[in-house]
Design a protein around this ligand. Sequence first.
Ligand code: SIN
Ligand code: CO
Length: 381
Amino acid sequence: MNTQAPMTLLGQLSPADFMRQYWQRQPLVIRQAIPGFQPLLSREQLAALASQDEVESRLIGDFADGGWQMERGPFEAEELPGHDEPKWTLLVQGVDLHDARVHALMQQFRFIPDARLDDVMISYATEGGGVGPHFDSYDVFLLQAMGKRRWRIGRQQDRTLLPDLPVRILADFQPEEEFVLEPGDMLYLPPGWAHDGVAVEGECMTYSIGFRVPQRGDLARELLGRMADPAADALGEALYEDADQPAVQASAAIPVSMQDFARQAIAEALQDDDNLACALGEYLTEPKANVWFDVPEQQPEGLQACYWLDRRTRMLYDEQHVFINGESYRAAGEDAALMRQLANQRQLDADTLAAASEDARALLLSWADDGWGHTGAALPQ
Ligand code: SIN
Ligand code: CO
């Protein structure tokens, strides 16, 4: 992707300019980001996804009798309110994992690192439907797919939420701007901006291309957990020694020398950059809890001419490693170059694959056995 070239998707801004001027800074409304955009899934196809156990879905309504309500899926089609019943929304998370066309749409946003891309959520709302004024902790592109949605947005100082509701609703939303998005229009919102989108003039579908925003404390907890076993192995079995320990009267007091021993062990463990890099890469590529790979019924006999990653596969790399679906591999030289190409392009053409080393080919084949990658005579269109 040429990051300097103007993109229709970004209203003729280049990805470089968008990242400099808007990303994490200010909202942007892009009229006809995808001209003539048509929903990739029909209402019925979305409802069918919401009926599956492995698909995360929610039904939210602002119903006159009971106020805000929220239910988690899966939902049978007959459990969903009628299309002519106003003010309800079906939200289906991670549709890119289940639908190749939605996955392809998400690829248009890869001018932002994959480590930040999360998923595509699709919402279907009836007239007047919306999830209420709220703010999210992540960046999001809201692409209008069908019908019209009126957005009101604002910076919102007062973040107090209405109490005792199953959904997060701002108590005193103070919108600053308002606009109606039509199919193909898109709104970028940085984290923390309050927004309220309501379906107007009938049914409406919106695609949220959402990003992961690691929270410092959560990330530290996750990484420290992953680093613990390798760190313990690396630190070895050296024992605490206290030949200088004098006899004590205050028997319950922890000796300072034991605190020092602990501090040194932890400091040494944290200095292991390789352990940290692996923990981060493995964490970032860990498939979500509801992701299952389809193991091919007939194991591929060998690599065919071309290779591509399954849409559910997460693959990233750093200077020393390649990470795929929660596993890390040390990679150097030509094998590393090939694996980086696969991670960036998500596919390898026949010429590239033909030049791969035996080790690289064996690894690719083992991933195909697990359903993480696929091999065939030609790349899928
Ligand atoms: C929606 O699509 O209904 C809600 C998206 C959002 O407000 O984040
Ligand atoms: Co939101």
